[in-house]
Design a protein around this ligand. Structure first.
Ligand SMILES: Nc1ncnc2c1ncn2[C@@H]1O[C@H](COP(=O)(O)OP(=O)(O)OP(=O)(O)O)[C@@H](O)[C@H]1O
Length: 264
């Protein structure tokens, strides 16, 4: 059980966005995509969740090719949180989160649905905002509401045996430090429930602190992938980001950090 991308390429016109990507997203791992602006992270995330068709190569989810999934099956196999989430109408937080239940709406009672929504709102620390208009929330509160919505999509059925997947494009970009840690700890927690997580994260120290596996992208290609300490080597930071710095992990009592040289 996993998501497998094989030789995945995407071109638009004469521009190549992704070049021959090979990767595995495992259900028991938090995989984090890193790389500079324009590297292709969002494009790769969209390709892996089936939101963007590839020009070449293939993608399988739990040993079944993506094109063999119906939209309903795909909605039960994976949930996606993109970077922008414009709401055309005014909805309350509760209503936005309840949209996540669309994939199994007919299989649960109203009571069960409300219990799921409350559960994920508690998880995301937004239950006190339940009746507030989504448009009036702060950026971080909106982000946590959207996270609760995608979590709701994967909350049922409870006894699901098939691995499922959560795709998060910059889920921590508007969050304060407490909620950044909270969201990535939660993402890690989900991997214990047979949910594989692929997240785009810009903050390298945060990525190094939580990722089981990092995938470093540059110019549409995978430069390297593996454990954070192996990916965040001095030469990769220099070649890909153009910075001087290094991975530093003092002890198990503290999270690793990327230390930047003061002379860049
Ligand atoms: N629909 C499109 N048409 C043309 N070019 C596109 C399209 N979508 C993405 N691109 C280009 O593909 C490249 C990769 O974009 P992508 O959004 O995947 O990068 P990213 O690594 O997520 O960047 P960032 O860190 O800035 O969010 C960029 O150069 C972008 O301009």
């Amino acid at each position: 059980m996993s998501i497998e991308a094989q030789d995945l390429s995407i071109s638009l016109g004469n521009k190549t966005l992704l070049k021959q990507i090979n990767l595995t997203i495992s259900p028991n791992e938090l995989t984090v995509l890193i790389g500079p602006n324009g590297a292709g992270k969002s494009t790769l995330l969209k390709a892996c969740c089936g939101d963007m068709p590839s020009t070449q190569g293939q993608l399988s989810i739990n040993n079944t090719l993506l094109e063999q999934y119906s939209p309903a099956e795909l909605a039960q196999a994976r949930a996606v949180m993109t970077q922008s989430y414009e709401m055309g109408f005014s909805f309350t937080v509760f209503e936005v989160v309840s949209m996540g239940c669309f994939a199994y709406e007919e299989q649960v009672s109203q009571q069960e649905k409300s219990a799921i929504i409350l559960d994920v709102m508690r998880f995301m620390d937004i239950e006190q905002l339940s009746d507030q208009n989504f448009m009036t929330l702060s950026g971080g509160e909106q982000q946590r509401t959207q996270l609760a919505r995608v979590l709701a999509q994967l909350w049922f059925p409870y006894d699901q045996e098939e691995a499922r997947y959560l795709f998060l494009d910059e889920p921590t970009s508007s969050l304060d430090v407490f909620h950044q840690y909270h969201v990535l700890s939660l993402a890690k927690e989900l991997t214990k429930r047979n949910i594989g997580v692929l997240a785009v994260v810009h903050d390298l120290s945060l990525a190094a602190s939580f990722a089981d596996k990092l995938i470093l992208l540059n110019k549409g290609e995978v430069v390297t992938q593996g454990k954070p300490e192996n990916v965040l080597q001095r030469e990769n930071l220099a070649n890909v980001y153009g910075i001087r710095g290094e991975f530093f992990h003092q002890s198990d009592r503290v999270k690793p950090v990327i230390m930047l040289d003061s002379r860049q």
